[in-house]
Ligand binder design. Structure first.
Ligand code: ATP
Ligand code: MG
Length: 548
């Protein structure tokens, strides 16, 4: 699919500006990747693949406090699972020496100074959109003094927060980013990669352009919030005298309805035990989507179709479900499974008897063959397929009504049994042997076909059905904290039954289409040798209309 970034790449290759392209995906390892990152991954890796270029996975690990090896591992696993390979794996922290040198270049050119204002003062001095900032009293130190102080900052002579290195640009620039941005701060902390070697760390707006330039990135793709930073990005590349000049291009980040999309917020869900870890099937993390049963194909197709834009918008989360159904429709075996069982007894079927029925694996595709299921006196159907007193237009089972059991016979409900709480626990039917599926019976018609399993030959399973974790459509709207928008009914755990043949070799993450109930995937965490646990990925249909 065409998009404006691809057009820029084509132009740059045709004009000879670049012989080949290098893109990068630069996550900060402070959490697990989410579906928003998938958009960026598909874009960066997709471009590199399409134009025979390279793509670097770069851990943007310039902040020593929030980063963790667990995140570094999960990020690599998720990118590979999505189906992509990086050309090189880099750590921004490996460039700390280089960055330090470049900061010294700025100081020597009179373009950076050591400031001693506090963080609050710096903020106050910065001014506002309508008001110019004012110069720090430390702004006009000599180059020698700046070099000396910066060396001593590096040597650990000063406390956290007591000094910073700032670029010396223009305190009255209309672009606030140019008002002497901080480029180094003091933080006496141990870094996962560089240990205790450094006690000063570069700020993102300084580090990022240098990282891109060092790696020879040609097209540095980032989200729209960085548009205002682009002039500063170019300033750092130029004034630090970097050899390679990368081009920053911004695109709209992915937002989805009923979804929070930021590692920091997702971490709050994990830390507050709202979810069962980062890979909870309700999480929009790649690992959560994987565990829920979404496929790499569905996610990639989704990312391709949402397209690229320069305007922020919110995508309906059901749009992803569309691509999952499209992917699994042909791949996931059709299976009979009852998620909320109700016992059905066929009173005119002999006790102890059982028969084999041939059922088509896919009614729309004969080539998929048939399988054998058993039928006997006791079955399970869905609780929802029976109503003691039917509502209008309810054509399934109720006393006196007849339906078809999928692949089997017509059954007519005559009676039912309730428990002491008034719940229907068993229904009694009679079947008509003349009406066997495939026998060509045309005597009379029924309005419904319902699914079932043979109570004497089925496997007990657990089913986990999901609703959005976040109630609000747009959880990041002003004034509402997303932690107060948690859906208390986001997971329903049910005990039901599945026909045995289809699932006999089921492994974790195998996918099935349970007739009328939707697409399911075998859970990786709660499935044991003794019990299959299925996550419902999506129900069969949605109200969502896809625009063609
Ligand atoms: P988060 O707030 O989730 O931590 P981030 O923007 O800080 O996100 P990083 O891990 O620092 O994410 O960035 C990795 C890359 O992924 C960046 O290039 C960023 O632009 C991109 N990215 C992150 N979130 C989205 C999103 N929702 N849509 C598109 N791209 C995204
Ligand atoms: Mg971040």
């Amino acid at each position: 699919m065409a998009n404006f970034i691809k057009n820029i790449v084509i132009e740059d290759l045709e004009s000879g500006k670049h012989d080949s392209i290098i893109t990068r995906f630069p996550p900060e390892p402070n959490g697990y990747l989410h579906i928003g990152h998938a958009k960026s991954i598909c874009l960066n890796f997709g471009l590199a693949n399409e134009f025979n270029g390279k793509v670097n996975l770069r851990f943007d690990d310039t902040n020593p406090l929030k980063e963790d090896i667990e995140y570094i591992n999960s990020i690599q696993e998720d990118i590979q699972w999505l189906g992509f390979k990086w050309s090189n794996l880099y750590y921004a922290s490996n460039y700390f020496d280089e960055m330090y040198k470049r900061a010294v270049v700025l100081i020597k050119k009179g373009l950076a100074y050591v400031d001693e204002l506090s963080a609050e003062e710096i903020k106050e001095y910065r001014g506002t959109l309508t008001e110019a900032g004012k110069n720090s009293p430390y702004r006009d130190r000599s180059i020698e003094e700046n070099l000396d102080l910066f060396t001593r900052m590096k040597n650990g002579e000063f406390e956290n927060g007591s000094k910073v290195l700032r670029a010396k640009i223009d305190m009255s620039s209309p672009n606030i980013n140019f008002r002497d941005p901080v480029i180094y701060r003091i933080s006496h902390s141990t870094h996962h990669n560089t240990g205790d070697k450094w006690c000063i760390y570069p700020m993102y707006s300084f580090a990022h352009p240098l990282e891109d330039a060092v790696e020879g990135i040609t097209h540095s793709l980032c989200s729209l919030e960085f548009e205002d930073q682009r002039p500063l990005y170019d300033w750092f590349v130029r004034e630090c005298e970097m050899e390679n000049v990368p081009r920053q291009i911004e695109f709209a980040r992915l937002n989805m309805t009923n979804t929070v999309m930021s590692k920091r917020k997702l971490k709050l869900l994990v830390d507050n035990n709202v979810t069962d870890g980062w890979d909870d099937p309700r999480m929009p993390t790649i690992s959560g989507l994987r565990r829920r049963g979404y496929t790499p194909e569905a996610i990639r197709n989704f990312c391709e179709h949402i397209g690229l834009s320069k305007v922020n918008s919110t995508v309906d989360s059901e749009y992803l479900d569309h691509f999952l159904r499209e992917d699994l429709q042909a791949k996931a075996p059709l299976t009979l499974g009852v998620v909320k069982p109700l016992k059905l007894i066929i009173t005119n079927y002999p006790e102890g008897q059982s028969e084999n029925l041939e059922i088509e694996n896919n009614a729309k595709d004969e080539s998929q063959g048939k399988r054998t299921i058993t039928f006997s006196r006791e079955l399970y159907i869905e609780q929802d397929d029976f109503m003691e007193e039917p509502v209008k237009k309810y054509f399934r089972l109720f006393p006196g009504n007849e339906v078809r059991l999928k692949g089997a016979y017509f059954v007519k409900c005559n009676d039912f049994v309730k428990d002491e709480n008034g719940n229907v626990v068993e229904i009694h039917c009679t079947y008509d042997p003349e009406t066997k599926s495939g026998s060509g019976f045309t005597g009379r018609k029924v309005k419904s076909t319902i699914h079932w399993v043979d109570a004497n030959n089925c496997v007990p399973c657990e089913f986990r059905l999901y609703q959005p974790l976040i109630l609000d459509d747009a959880p990041e709207n002003e004034g509402k904290h997303f932690l107060e928008q948690i859906n208390p009914n986001s997971m329903e755990i049910l005990q039901g039954f599945v026909e045995p043949v289809q699932i006999k070799d089921a492994k974790k993450l195998d996918k099935f289409q349970f007739v009328r109930n939707g697409f399911f995937s075998v859970d990786t965490k709660y499935t044991t040798d003794d019990k299959l646990v299925f996550n419902r990925i999506v129900p069969l249909k949605s109200s969502f209309k896809i625009q063609k």
